[in-house]
Structure formats: structure tokens, C-alpha cells
Write a protein that binds this ligand. Structure first.
Ligand SMILES: [Zn+2]
Length: 238
């Protein structure tokens, strides 16, 4: 686990504005915030204003924060009062859990790590509910809005879903994964050398700063850092 999970709940007195209906969730809807606020700021702003705009969860590079219980709806899909009928077209606002991925405006490593945290968290939710990957929707699926804008602009929706599926696979038995220490582990020196080479090449091409190589060499790079780094390298290599 690379993120801390927190709950900062919307006051029930605001349910009538932001979460008026009870909900039996059937889908997860992915968004990009299109700004550079932290998850805490994003949630603080949402729960304190009186707009009919809301979502259940915001994710950044450090935290996953839930603000609305999953048995209440939220207004994040732009498809109006919609329907709770699973066969209806407009149902995002009524039966989907809204997840906002932070820092999408500027992108960069912190966005990459936030996105990877969202991958891990969504995988966990799917497993909890016993759902398959088909339950994960983009905001665009509900009302056509270009959201999550960064994932769409970088043409990574399919690979985003693949990463979630990958994260849902059971841990290999005997792997020491349940430790606080999330620094990268390698099965062989060849595997380690290959990753180092990949980072070195990106540094040589001035795609990333050489401090990343130092971080790798001194053994403090986490799996989350590396997932973020891969996204940055892919983005800047295009
Ligand atoms: Zn959205």
C-alpha cells in the first residue's frame, strides 16, 4: 500500500444538496480533477460549498480520501437525475461511485503516482464488491464530457484498465509484500539492471532529472514512485 486511506465526510445536513438519494452502487466512475489541488483541498472545497457537485473519493499521490458513503449518490457524471435502472443509459449520477484523480492539470510525477494510487484503490474496491473490470467507467461514458481528460488525451484508458486488472491479481504466495517498506524488490540482478538501464536512458535523453537515478541507486524508490515515473517517461517521450 502506497497511500493512506482517510475519511472526511460530508455533513448529513448537506445530503439534500450533494447526496440526496440512497444508492446501491453498480459502477465506479473515473475523473480527472483538471486542476492541481491536493485530495484534501479538493474534498474540503467540495464538502464546504453548496453546489450540486459532489463525488465520493479524491486520490492524490499520498492519500485516498472518501467524503460520501457509498450508499448515497453523488453528482459527478453530468447525466442529471438519471435512473437507477442498470439498463438505462443515464445512471452515472445514481449508481456509480465517483473517483477524482488529482493533479491532472499539470501532470508530472505526482500525477503519475496519484493515478497509480487510483489504480490500486479501484482494484481493491472491485475485489470488495466482487466486480469485474467492466464496472469501471469513464465520466465520458455517461454524458460525453472529455473526462478523465489526461488519461484520454494520452490515449491510456485501455492501459489504465489493464493496470487495474493486473492489480486485482492475487499476490504470489511467499512474496514479502505486506510490509511498510514498499521500496522496489527485484527477482534477479538482471531484472534490476534492466530497470536501471531504462531509468538511465531517460536521464540521458533529459526526459527526467538524474535525481531519479540516485533515488534508484540508494534504494529508496518505491513501486508507486516507479509507476509514476513510467507514466512521466511515456508522456515526455512522445
Ligand atoms: Zn469528470
Amino acid at each position: 500500500m502506497t497511500y493512506a486511506f482517510k475519511q472526511t465526510f460530508l455533513l448529513a445536513s448537506k445530503y439534500s444538496i450533494k447526496a440526496p438519494y440512497t444508492m446501491v452502487p453498480q459502477f465506479i466512475t473515473v475523473h480527472n480533477t483538471a486542476n492541481d489541488a491536493t485530495a484534501a483541498k479538493e474534498i474540503e472545497y467540495m464538502i464546504n460549498n453548496n453546489n450540486q457537485v459532489s463525488y465520493h473519493v479524491a486520490v492524490d499521490d499520498k492519500e485516498v480520501i472518501q467524503a460520501i458513503p457509498f450508499n448515497r449518490n453523488a453528482w459527478h457524471c453530468g447525466d442529471g437525475g438519471g435512473s437507477t435502472d442498470p439498463n438505462a443509459q443515464k445512471k452515472g449520477n445514481r449508481i456509480s461511485i465517483g473517483v477524482e484523480i488529482c493533479y491532472s492539470k499539470s501532470g508530472g510525477v505526482r500525477y503519475g503516482v496519484a493515478e497509480e494510487n487510483a489504480v490500486q484503490y479501484i482494484a481493491k474496491l472491485l475485489k470488495q464488491y466482487g466486480w469485474g473490470i467492466e464496472r469501471v467507467k469513464k465520466h465520458q461514458d455517461w454524458n460525453g464530457k472529455y473526462c478523465p481528460h489526461r488519461i484520454l488525451a494520452e490515449n491510456r484508458w485501455d492501459s489504465f484498465l489493464k493496470r487495474i486488472e493486473e492489480a486485482m491479481k492475487p499476490m504470489e504466495i511467499g512474496k514479502p509484500t505486506e510490509k511498510d517498506d514498499d521500496t522496489m524488490k527485484f527477482t534477479s540482478t538482471t531484472a534490476k539492471a534492466a530497470v536501471r538501464d531504462y531509468i538511465q536512458q531517460a536521464v540521458d535523453k533529459k526526459v527526467i532529472d538524474k535525481s531519479w537515478l540516485e533515488k534508484f541507486d540508494n534504494g529508496t524508490m518505491t513501486s508507486g514512485d516507479f509507476e509514476g515515473l513510467k507514466i512521466i517517461i511515456a508522456q515526455r517521450s512522445n
